[in-house]
Design a protein around this ligand. Structure first.
Ligand code: UD1
Length: 356
């Protein structure tokens, strides 16, 4: 059986690593890894392959950046050739990025079966490009692996045949559990004892200049109480440079850093007093780690992190951010527990279904 995995952007790599490893032991399975090249900077891509022990991609489509239409259409046309040449029996796609939907569409047209890892998540907000990617990818998939029960409920409501859907748990947590002992050694030496960790990259937060400006003001105020460590995504860095926040800020506790490699970021998360983010995966990782998380969004496709975990949605509301940070600093952080099946074995359950 020939299985082809497609990855493209930073959050795909830690999801694919355990699935590739779990299928590695099956005699009758050959695997090919395709990187679309959606993310291409060393710190956004190659360092993750090194740290996660992912094999180097067999093919790199090198699509790079562009508008959604440009990026998606480049992946579609370049990936079609790979599928026609390789004739895979199954293509496995991950998460909700442009690489995910583009490769699923190619397969659906060529009638090659698709498995979607992290199926069924919904924010119900179609202004998010990822929500469109999720909806379409799930409609195009033949095997749908969900991380939590809400994913199954969403797919049922959308009319997806329940026979295709498998509740397997969270592959991102498989990687976290495997890597946590190593991560402890990677905490940078000069990290303060106590700090707030921040990541922001969603267009809804960083492409709106007025909102980004007020968000940075709040973070700078917080940094007067507790150091704020902010590894900055390339998209956000561009916007901050345009606003001259990058070069001219005067708050010593407000530390703008390069995007962090996986192990370093995991170490930083596990020691943070509170994480402020708009990422999807970080909502899950903080829930597993029991670290308070404030999500700067009005909604989440990962409601289990709010219902069960440590996540609080603060919306686009600076008052709410200040209030929730004050609660954490006063020792009233939200406590949570770990969702069912986030146990380090999700990829094994996926491999069992695929290998039959
Ligand atoms: C993409 C995903 C998003 C995911 C995020 C994780 C989509 C629609 N979005 O958003 O779901 O949460 O990745 O990071 O697929 N850039 C670089 N170097 C790189 C990659 C990007 O400098 O290696 C810059 C480019 O200027 C690019 C911009 O970042 O235009 C945005 O990159 P892009 O891949 O379009 O989307 P992300 O914001 O990274």
């Amino acid at each position: 059986m020939e299985i082809l995995h497609v990855v493209g952007a930073r959050p795909n790599f830690m999801k694919a690593a355990p699935v590739v490893a779990a299928l590695h032991g099956c005699d009758h399975i050959q695997q090919t890894l395709v990187h679309t090249g959606q993310h291409y900077d060393f710190n956004m891509s190659e360092v993750f392959f090194q740290e996660l022990g992912l094999p180097a991609p067999d093919v790199n489509l090198e699509v790079g950046s562009g508008s959604h239409a440009q990026q998606t259409s480049q992946i579609i046309s370049r990936f079609e050739t790979v599928v026609l040449d390789g004739k895979p029996d199954l293509v496995v796609v991950y998460g909700d990025v442009n690489s995910t939907v583009a490769s699923a569409l190619v397969c659906a047209k060529l009638m090659v079966p698709v498995a979607h890892v992290e199926a069924g998540l919904r924010s119900f907000d179609r202004t998010m490009p990822e929500e469109v990617n999720r909806l379409l990818t799930d409609q195009l998939s033949d095997l749908l692996f969900t991380p939590s029960e809400d994913g199954n409920d969403n797919l049922k409501r959308e009319g997806v045949d329940p026979g295709k859907v498998h509740l397997v748990g969270n592959v991102m947590i498989d990687t976290l559990i495997r890597m946590l002992p190593k991560a402890a050694e990677r905490l940078p030496k000069n990290v303060p004892e106590d700090y707030v960790l921040v990541t922001l990259h969603r267009p809804s937060n960083v492409d709106d200049i007025d909102w980004l400006t007020s968000l940075v003001e709040v973070l700078q105020d917080i940094s007067c109480e507790l150091p704020v460590l902010f590894p900055v995504h390339p998209r956000t860095r561009q916007r901050m440079a345009e606003l001259e926040i990058w070069s001219s800020h005067k708050y010593t506790g407000f530390q703008l850093l390069k995007p962090a490699p996986y192990l370093e970021f995991l170490a930083l998360q596990s020691r943070a007093r509170v994480v402020i983010t708009d990422s999807g995966g970080i909502q899950e990782e903080t829930t597993f780690l029991g670290v308070p998380c404030l999500t700067v969004r009005d909604n989440t496709e990962r409601p289990i992190t709010v219902d069960v975990g440590t996540n609080v949605l603060v919306g686009r509301n600076t008052q709410q951010i200040r209030k929730e940070v004050a609660s954490v600093l006063a020792g009233r952080a939200k406590r949570g527990s770990i969702p069912p099946l986030w146990d380090g074995h999700a990829a094994e359950r996926i491999a069992a279904v695929i290998a039959g």
